[in-house]
Design a protein around this ligand. Structure first.
Ligand code: ZN
Ligand code: ZN
Length: 139
C-alpha cells in the first residue's frame, strides 16, 4: 500500500499485536478498520463505550489541510478530530476502510503527552496514546 501523502510504499509495523502501515518518509500511519477494531479491543474498553464506527463516522472538521486520498480505495478522505488535549486531526476513508494519522500530528501528540499527567483518559484519548507509544517504540 502506498502512503497517501508521499505515495511511497509503506511498511507494516506491529505494536502490541496490532499491525499498522507506516510511512518511513513522512511518519504517517494507516490503520485499516479491522486493525482499529483490534486496537479498541486490546485497550480493554467497556463494551459500547466506543467503537470503530464512532471513529469512522466522526463529524467532518472544516480545516484548510489538504484532502488526501484513501490508500485503499482512492477516494478523498474526510477530516475529523479525535481525542482532546491534544486533539488530533485524522483522515477518514468515506467508505469506512480505515483512518490516516499524519506523522507530524502524531509527533505533536507524543510531545504533549509527555508533559501531561494523565487523568483517566477517555477511549479516543487512549487511541491517541497508543499511537504515541508506537512512535516512541520506533525512535
Ligand atoms: Zn508518507
Ligand atoms: Zn477507502
Amino acid at each position: 500500500m502506498n502512503c497517501p501523502v508521499c505515495k511511497e510504499p509503506m511498511i507494516v509495523v506491529e505494536h502490541e499485536k496490532i499491525e499498522l502501515d507506516y510511512c518511513t518518509t513522512c511518519l504517517g500511519v494507516w490503520f485499516d478498520a479491522g486493525e482499529l477494531a483490534l486496537l479498541l479491543e486490546s485497550l480493554d474498553l467497556d463494551v459500547g463505550e466506543f467503537n470503530v464506527s464512532d471513529i469512522l463516522t466522526l463529524p467532518e472538521k472544516r480545516i484548510a489541510e489538504k484532502k488526501r486520498r484513501c490508500p485503499v480505495c482512492g477516494k478523498k478522505m474526510r477530516k475529523a478530530a479525535i481525542g482532546h488535549q491534544p486533539e488530533v486531526v485524522i483522515d477518514v476513508c468515506p467508505r469506512g476502510e480505515g483512518v490516516w494519522f499524519d506523522g507530524g500530528e502524531v509527533g505533536q501528540v507524543i510531545k504533549q503527552r509527555l508533559d501531561k499527567s494523565s487523568a483517566e483518559p477517555g477511549a479516543p484519548d487512549r487511541v491517541v496514546n497508543f499511537l504515541g507509544e508506537v512512535f516512541q517504540a520506533r525512535e
